[in-house]
Ligand binder design. Structure first.
Ligand SMILES: Cc1ncc(COP(=O)(O)O)c(C=O)c1O
Length: 425
């Protein structure tokens, strides 16, 4: 049996300057990771260094422009390693939502008879709104049901919604609302059997599990660097054969080749530099704390770069650290009278993002009170508004969401649980 090297929480926390913040003399405990993670020093340095040593527009004949081109080229490689893609399948944009709108607009220009788009009730609005907007252009939207008891997608309903008219299926890799990890590989396979293309929102999942776009056979997959230790930029993966043909709206001065064809205007170069370094940070966690020998099944694999192997080990190390903390939170929250936890059944795949309500207390009040004690949690619908509507919580203020990150401590979890017990009394 292989062993993980010990997870050095102190080392990890020391990488994040923001963790030193305090509120009313309480140390800040960041349970807001699903809304955006904190940023390690090496990512801050990469952003800073870009602006000192490489700050120029692309394609010039002088030093800083060469450097800039190099930073972006390297970033495509890093993100390709993160997602199991090829560098020319990775494009950057303002954020996931904007990239998805661009994608939706471009796809409407693809010729074809199919006029139905399948979306789900569990998705964040960013993977619903751009498709719902296409109703104006004559597309019919079919919405897959979420089982409100289990907060999982109703697979029978999904199968029924697919047909020979399905043009596209927009799926959620993991729910930022309640943490459910959906069976995307199976769902993509079913979509492909129906002849549809697939767009996967991996924004929430990206910090919580390894992504292999080839294995799941995604056509398009989107994520956001600020959810995995990077700055605020969006990333889109497009399968080469499809991406190269995407009729994206662009200036005539812009390259029509993938991946550049969707990258309108000047990119956020310093953000891209930071996103690249965020991948390096995860790879570094893998090198330091991931499985130490061939027992991880990755050593010696020739079909991936060394950095990708380390990224996968880093993901595993984070997941193994967070899992028992998440289980403790689930157990203890569920045992507090008046607290109701929402999410998938215990044996169902899930992230370490936990949402709940407290009887008789609005979520915003709870979040404010916790915030005063330095406990940062989100409240409301987190743009997973359809899910919150389905759970019938919209009127009462929505959910309270505490998400675990690799830098959260057990003491922080205990502090949070203590305060919730007090508020639930
Ligand atoms: C699951 C999910 N999808 C999409 C988004 C939107 O991402 P962005 O802010 O990059 O547009 C978020 C952000 O919270 C999210 O959690």
């Amino acid at each position: 049996m292989h062993q993980n090297r010990p997870y050095d929480l102190e080392y990890i926390r020391n990488q994040f300057p923001a963790l030193a913040l305090s509120v009313n003399s309480y140390p800040a405990a960041f349970f807001d990771g699903p809304g955006g993670t904190q940023v390690p020093q090496r990512v801050l340095d990469a952003v800073n260094d870009y602006l000192i040593y490489s700050n120029a527009n692309a394609g010039g004949k002088f030093l800083t422009s060469h450097n800039s081109d190099l930073v972006i080229k390297e970033a495509r490689k890093a993100l390709a390693d993160f997602l199991g893609a090829r560098p020319d399948e990775i494009a950057f944009g303002q954020n996931m939502t904007t990239l998805n709108y661009q994608l939706a607009l471009a796809l409407t220009r693809c010729p074809g008879q199919r006029r139905e788009i399948v979306i789900t009730e569990i998705d964040h609005e960013a993977n619903r709104g751009p498709w719902l907007a296409l109703k104006e252009r004559g597309y019919k939207i079919r919405e897959v049901r979420m089982d409100t008891e289990t907060c999982t997608i109703d697979m029978d309903d999904y199968r029924n919604k697919l047909s020979g008219d399905t043009f596209l299926v927009a799926l959620n890799y993991a729910s930022n609302g309640v943490g459910t990890i959906n069976s995307v590989e199976e769902m993509i396979s079913l979509a492909h059997q129906a002849g549809a293309i697939t767009v996967i929102d991996a924004v929430h999942y990206a910090l919580h599990g390894p992504i292999d776009v080839k294995k799941i056979a995604a056509d398009y997959l989107l994520c956001s660097a600020y959810k995995f230790f990077g700055p605020h930029i969006g990333i889109i993966y497009g399968k080469k054969a499809l991406f190269s043909e995407l009729p994206a709206y662009r200036l005539r001065t812009q390259s029509g080749l993938a991946p550049n064809l969707i990258e309108t205007g000047t990119l956020n170069h310093e953000g891209i530099a930071g996103a690249s370094e965020a991948v390096e940070f995860i790879a570094d966690l893998g090198r330091r704390f991931g499985p130490s020998d061939s027992g991880d099944g990755l050593s010696g694999r020739k079909d991936m770069t060394e950095r990708r192997r380390h990224v996968l080990s880093g993901m595993k190390a984070m997941e193994q650290y967070e899992r028992p903390l998440a289980e403790k939170m689930l157990d203890e929250l569920s045992s507090i009278q008046g607290v109701r936890v929402y999410g998938p059944p215990r044996d169902y795949p899930r992230t370490s993002t936990i949402s709940f309500t407290i009887e008789g207390k609005r979520a915003d009040r709870v979040a404010s009170e916790l915030g005063q004690k330095g406990l940062f949690v989100w409240d409301g619908h987190f743009y997973a508004i359809r899910l919150v509507e389905k759970l019938d919580l919209q009127e009462s203020g929505g959910l309270i969401r505490a998400g675990l990150c690799p830098y959260n401590t057990e003491q922080e979890v205990d502090r949070l649980l203590e305060e919730i017990k007090r508020l639930a009394k």
